[in-house]
Ligand binder design. Structure first.
Ligand SMILES: NC(=O)c1ccc[n+]([C@@H]2O[C@H](COP(=O)([O-])OP(=O)(O)OC[C@H]3O[C@@H](n4cnc5c(N)ncnc54)[C@H](O)[C@@H]3O)[C@@H](O)[C@H]2O)c1
Length: 271
């Protein structure tokens, strides 16, 4: 079968394409025959068709980048992210969700019917359902500057920035995905477990390697960037046309083991 995943000739936008999972995603999509527009705050080395330097904390830069991307766009892979410490909780929220969402929403009018949006969230979003009231209050604020202000005024809710940003993404794909699918646009995310990328040393430094190791699922090891990029590429593929509003746990069995009581982790002890 030729072009099994249906990416040949498709225009795909990839954020975070300079490193880790985003770089893998951009490379795989190029190899599958897609035309890749890559965005990052750092230079991109993956073989892409266009590169736009954009800081997802900067509303004007996001708007300039979005307006310079020519439609039609068939797919968006939203991979950029910050780990929390050593970055501020508000900066982490801006990159992981507020700026990422702003870019995606600006590109929605350029998306084709049948298009897909795939976001990299995290297994750190575990337990988001227990925090739904606060998350829905935040999600209702759609404007970039107002969402930024909410983050600055609710730092106690951010859990260091990283965990709240990922809980918000897990909820957002179901909540916003319910609207987008009516336009024929699918919104989904993946929830990776610990993955060996350039971000990992920051997690180890901030939380300790022992704590991060507790989030490894029954598979008993970290994943690598390609093991996360492939599920994202599959999820965004036009072959997945009936999958919408979904959180795909790419975590080596972590979530299923947590929910069924096979093990628990200190950072989700109250969930
Ligand atoms: N590594 C893990 O263990 C792990 C686990 C679960 C989820 N994640 C998530 O996976 C995604 C990819 O992370 P990774 O592990 O490949 O890390 P990475 O650090 O290798 O890649 C992150 C990318 O985001 C870009 N970025 C950072 N700040 C930006 C900004 N202000 N504007 C634009 N781009 C910016 C970086 O330049 C980099 O290219 C992130 O959303 C991360 O939260 C990572």
């Amino acid at each position: 079968m030729q072009d099994a995943l249906g990416y040949e000739g498709q225009h795909v936008v990839v954020t975070g394409a300079a490193s880790g999972m985003g770089a893998s995603t951009a490379r795989i999509l190029s190899e599958l025959g897609a035309r890749v527009t890559a965005l990052d705050v750092k230079p991109v080395e993956a073989p892409v068709d266009a590169f736009l330097e954009v800081d997802l904390r900067d509303r004007a830069a996001i708007e300039q980048a979005a307006s310079s991307i020519e439609g039609p766009v068939h797919s968006i892979a939203s991979c950029a992210g910050l780990p929390g410490t050593p970055f501020s909780d508000v900066d982490t929220m801006l990159v992981n969700f507020v700026g990422a969402r702003h870019l995606i929403e600006l590109l929605v009018p350029k998306l084709t019917e049948g298009a897909s949006i795939g976001v990299i969230s995290s297994a750190g979003g575990f337990g988001w359902q227990q925090n739904l009231e606060t998350i829905l209050e935040f999600l209702a604020i759609e404007e970039f500057d107002e969402a930024h202000k909410w983050c600055e005024e609710h730092t106690e809710a951010l859990m260091g920035g990283y965990l709240f940003s990922k809980q918000v993404i897990d909820a957002w794909v179901g909540w916003r995905g319910a609207d987008l699918i009516k336009q024929g646009i699918r919104l989904n995310c993946i929830n990776p477990g610990p993955t060996s990328t350039p971000m990992m040393p920051s997690f180890h430094a901030a939380s300790g390697k022992e704590l991060i190791d507790t989030a490894v699922g029954p598979i008993g090891r970290y994943s690598d960037a390609d093991e996360q990029a492939w599920p994202l590429v599959l999820l965004n593929s036009p072959r997945m046309s009936y999958v919408s509003g979904e959180v795909l746990w790419t975590d080596g069995g972590f979530q299923g083991a947590m929910v069924t009581g096979k093990f628990s982790v200190p950072w989700a002890a109250d969930e």
